[in-house]
Design a protein around this ligand. Sequence first.
Ligand code: ATP
Ligand code: ATP
Ligand code: CA
Length: 220
Amino acid sequence: MKREFAVIGLGRFGGSICRELSSEGMEVLAIDTEEDKVNEFKNIASHAVIADATDEKVLKELGIRNIDHVIVAIGDNIQASILTTLMLKELGIKKITVKAQNDYHEKVLNKIGADQVVHPERDMGKRIAHSIISNNILDHLELSDEHSIVEVKAGARMSGKTLIDLDIRAQYGCNVVAIKPINKKEINVSPMATEVINKGDILIVIGADKDISRFEKQLV
Ligand code: ATP
Ligand code: ATP
Ligand code: CA
């Protein structure tokens, strides 16, 4: 089933979204004010048009009202990003995702009703910082201000032990939701308490940040 998307702003972020949606077979309308950007996406997106998204008349003419999900990836021009989002909202677009440039921008976008606000540079920076602090933290996904999911590589301290031996939930308040064994392809979702962990296995752990941090320090 094809779904309709529009990507406004074809910088690195918007361009990457546009490429990925298109390669997944989705219908994408790509919009940018710059002719060369639009030309770059002529053969990638279903439609690529030169247009200023802050012009309400232009948005209407493009038939943006018929599109389910619009991604606003206008970078540096915060005013244009906010104005575009506001007009999309007024036109009744069902789902609007917007890239925020900073925390104030994010706050405004949330206030005016953006459905999803993303902050890729900040979030990617955080994720990479966590993997830099510990070689065994492979990835870090923030669920809220206080909760995360982390991907950790089991070291010698966990090797040969079961979840019961380590008593992870009781001792650290974290749950191991899945284990990717080092020597097997399949991922074991909802592992048994008797599952033996080997060095190099990848554990996906969910919990409060302070609990995960304790778990990392003592076991990883
Ligand atoms: P990224 O960090 O994702 O690469 P960027 O820093 O390149 O983004 P900008 O270049 O500021 O961000 O903006 C992204 C794109 O949005 C640019 O290609 C720009 O031409 C386009 N753009 C800016 N204003 C508008 C507008 N009013 N309507 C449509 N496109 C716009
Ligand atoms: P609990 O009293 O914590 O509910 P339980 O009665 O369900 O545990 P088991 O499932 O046998 O007992 O697990 C024993 C202990 O093993 C748990 O208390 C917990 O510390 C640890 N454990 C088992 N499964 C997990 C898991 N998926 N993630 C983290 N710890 C686990
Ligand atoms: Ca940028």
